[in-house]
Design a protein around this ligand. Structure first.
Ligand code: ADE
Length: 202
């Protein structure tokens, strides 16, 4: 079972989904409409969202949108301390801006690309949060030592066998010299970050 499943099973996390169409009117259960001013695509209507989000003012209501603040580890750390989050998944061209003004505390993006809906972005947020809840991960060290806590990428990891069809694990890791191993790992983190994500070193 994954981290989210374990967190739910152990009672550390509760995830509920809401179908916005349950808050719409009419037989067609319409939740989107053409944009004022014309143009392509549809916009999510304010009424169903207002009905769904209005009563949830005790929670932090987060809209998943490519126009939001880019998600990072610091944001996940903060979200993990919040008791009740409501994640709003936009569809179509987005939501009526009055929803954002009146019912949304934060807007979050998972990257500089456009998804057809916010659901996968919301799942990213949920997975990122679940593993930070105390008691969910067995070994707290795996959180402390990981990428982005110290603004560096992680070093490469290896496990048995030490030689797979001639592809060998670096000798240093088999040396038993923990001081030199830690030096090697630190150097690898720095070099990887320099090569792949120099922006993190700024
Ligand atoms: N919805 C569509 N694209 C998105 C993105 N990049 N981040 C968050 N929500 C989105």
């Amino acid at each position: 079972m994954g981290v989210v499943g374990r967190a739910i099973e152990a009672g550390h996390l509760d995830v509920r989904t809401v179908d916005l169409r349950d808050f719409s009117k009419g037989a067609h259960r319409q939740i989107d409409d053409a944009p004022f001013g014309g143009g392509a695509g549809m916009v999510m209507m304010i009424e169903p969202l207002a009905k769904a989000l209005g009563p949830l003012s005790d929670s932090i209501r987060v809209l998943m949108t490519p126009a939001g603040r880019p998600l990072d580890q610091d944001m996940l750390d903060r979200f993990a301390t919040i008791d009740h989050l409501t994640l709003v998944c936009g569809r179509y061209e987005g939501v009526d801006e009055r929803v954002v003004e009146h019912f949304i505390e934060e807007e979050v993006s998972v990257g500089d690309f456009v998804l057809p809906g916010g659901e996968a972005a919301a799942l990213t947020l949920i997975e990122g949060i679940a593993r930070l809840i105390p008691g969910v991960l067995g070994n707290a060290q795996s959180i402390e030592g990981e990428s982005f806590r110290e603004s560096l990428l992680e070093e490469p990891h290896y496990t048995r066998p030490a030689d797979y069809q001639g592809w060998k694990v670096p000798d240093i890791l088999l040396s038993g010299d923990h001081g030199r191993i830690e030096e090697w790992r630190a150097a690898q983190r720095l070099e990887r970050t320099r090569q792949r994500r120099p922006d993190l070193l700024d």
